[in-house]
Ligand binder design. Sequence first.
Ligand code: EAX
Length: 355
Amino acid sequence: MKGKKLIAILLITLLAVSGILTGCGGSGSNGSSEESGTPVDDNKVYTLKWAHVSPAENDKQADAIIEIMAKIEEESGGRIKIEHYPSSILGNEEEIFEGLQLGTIEIGTLSAGSLGGFYPGVLATTTPFLFQSREEAWEFFDSETADWLADQVFQNTGVKCVGWAENGLRCFTSTKKQIKSPADIKGMKIRTQQNPVTIAMVESLGGSPQPIAFAELYTALSQGAVDGQENPPSLIYTQGLYEVQPYLTLDYHVYDFLGIFVNPDSIEKMPAELQEIFQKNIDEFVKIEREKSRAYDERDIESMKNAGVSVYTLSQDEYKQMVDACKPVIDVVRDKAGDEAVDKILAQVEELRKN
Ligand code: EAX
């Protein structure tokens, strides 16, 4: 009896000790404190800073964030508060991503050109004329290959991608003349992001790529430091670039995502129920923002026409000239993004087209 009693006492002690150890800083499957046994403070408010470089209002991204912020605060009973930091207030896209890595920023949205400096594999999605439409791109970014890309971003940077929204279909604008073919781009200084694929694309078209931060772009155009740039129509309008760019060409050469990235610890320290509210609303944000991007493009193309901008649609032949001139860029894409990412992405696009 005595031996059995001793074993029972040891077993209970062992279980108690393991329970305490797990409770101190251990984390459950979602890392939330409640799973680790630590009492959840039902009144704690989690404040998350959401940073990006797009305009603060009347912009697809900002308007979608403002909408979803309110929903998240309401559904969480005020326990999740999102603070909106647009217009490069917290730095350019690269600095925002560094903030996500450090934990000084909790949520950030970046386009491919900036993210590529942290995980080059995403640059494969900026292959010129890869997607035939935004709807096809949405299917891609909702696919398992996009999930794989998100996982690769996490493995390579420690930052978590929670959704793929839309920056948009990038188009050229110019100061001196309408761009209708590569011949028109020849010799032009074209502002690009620090994206080696876009830089190669502009060179392949005969232009001179000039990497400049988005926040400095309006000034560079107004001072004639560059002769043109490329961005989605809605962003060209909401950032005011049309005021200094009399020519817009709707060539839609690249579909650009707007990845939503978070500092994992900032999210995982919330109770599981709040994490679920957060992710559910991020999924909703992606839908809202994509629809706004499509609608605002149409709205803002009309606004630019009314403001006197010459808006040009390429003929089939002119479009083919642009596509053909960009074909050599795939070699740079493979060199920078790597064959694995390129092959996975091309295979996924091909698969989508079968259905
Ligand atoms: O993500 O820099 C750019 O041209 C991007 O489109 C901008 O940062 C929005």
